[in-house]
Design a protein around this ligand. Structure first.
Ligand SMILES: Cc1cc2nc3c(=O)[nH]c(=O)nc-3n(C[C@H](O)[C@H](O)[C@H](O)COP(=O)(O)OP(=O)(O)OC[C@H]3O[C@@H](n4cnc5c(N)ncnc54)[C@H](O)[C@@H]3O)c2cc1C
Length: 285
């Protein structure tokens, strides 16, 4: 009798094709396991099978002047400390470094964190601001998913059950930042988070702005804030004015971590801090 016939089964393939083939009905991808194993233990979820992707060589990070390619299996501890990511995707390095604590960061992977799709995912917010592109590998080969298309809702993504997120691609950005507001500095889910990427001309005027915020049911872009920044010389007043528009773009969630009212007060402050930090005007909070 094969392991598939015995109900719940575990596989640790060394080849991508074998992994994709094993993702038959009901099987789940297992990466660091900090989310999936907790879900299985606490909520009693029993997937038909589990496919551990830790032997597929998905930890690689490669960077040149045009692109940073981060394997989905890279641990958050590695993402936080990698020199190329710190230089060209500072918002992501900061988000990874502020998530949970060292024990979780050593196990949890970038891909697992994106696919777990927590409502205010720290790395999700950062990758959104960095305009990341995700590579999903399935039977038909590779599919590119802009980060803005990843979330189908809280805890749901557009990656199909027979696909594996294999890589995250980010264009290096000189100016990006991430701000997290939580009840504690470690092992606390964000109440609100915000990330910003700016391009500022020689004249000090903002040429391009991408702002993402986690305050609602998924991390979201804040186009009203971006419009309030583009074409203006960045200073604290401009940053705060633009950030005050964030509630035109997001509807703060109400849950056990914070009320929607509290989030509506915190979100503009977090966004202003992220914008100022990206512009090099104030330290990241
Ligand atoms: C104590 C604790 C504190 C936390 N604090 C925070 C926090 O402050 N901020 C925050 O944003 N998050 C937080 N989290 C959530 C954390 O981000 C996730 O648990 C973690 O990143 C998941 O990564 P993993 O590699 O362990 O994924 P797994 O648990 O292995 O997988 C998670 C989900 O993603 C799927 N999956 C994993 N990898 C892939 C892939 N490559 N392709 C397709 N599907 C995949 C799995 O099937 C599963 O559904 C916390 C978690 C814990 C346990």
């Amino acid at each position: 009798m094969g392991d598939r016939d015995r109900g719940s089964w575990f596989r640790a393939p060394r080849e991508m094709k074998e992994a994709i083939d094993a993702l038959s009905d009901g099987a789940r991808v297992l990466a660091g396991g900090t989310d999936l194993v907790a879900t299985m233990n606490i909520r009693g979820e029993r997937p038909g099978g589990v496919v551990w992707i830790g032997r597929l060589g998905l930890e690689r990070i490669a960077a040149d002047d045009d692109l940073i390619r981060i394997g989905a299996g890279a641990s958050l501890a590695t993402v936080a400390s990698d020199p190329a990511i710190r230089a060209g995707a500072a918002a992501l390095a900061a988000a990874a470094g502020k998530l949970a604590g060292p024990s979780v960061r050593n196990l949890a992977t970038l891909g697992g964190s994106l696919c777990a799709a927590w409502p205010r995912s720290d790395v999700g917010c950062a990758v959104l601001a960095l305009d990341g592109v995700l590579v999903a590998t399935g039977r038909g080969g590779e599919r590119l998913i802009p980060m803005s298309d990843l979330y189908a809702g809280p805890r749901r993504t557009t990656i199909t059950p027979d696909e594996i997120l294999t890589e995250v691609r980010i264009r290096p950005a000189a100016r990006s930042s991430f701000v997290k507001v939580a009840r504690r500095s470690s092992f606390a889910l964000p109440v609100v988070n915000a990330a910003a990427r700016l391009e500022i001309g020689q004249d000090g005027v903002v040429a391009e702005a991408v702002v993402a915020v986690g305050a609602g049911s998924v991390p979201e872009r804040a186009p009203s804030v971006e419009e309030g920044l583009i074409g203006r010389a960045l200073d604290p007043t401009v940053a705060r004015e633009a950030a005050s528009r964030v509630l035109e773009d997001v509807t703060p969630a109400d849950d056990e971590h914070a009320s929607s009212w509290y989030r509506s007060q915190v979100a503009p402050v977090a966004v202003a801090r992220a914008v100022l930090a990206a512009g090099g005007l104030e330290a990241t909070a």
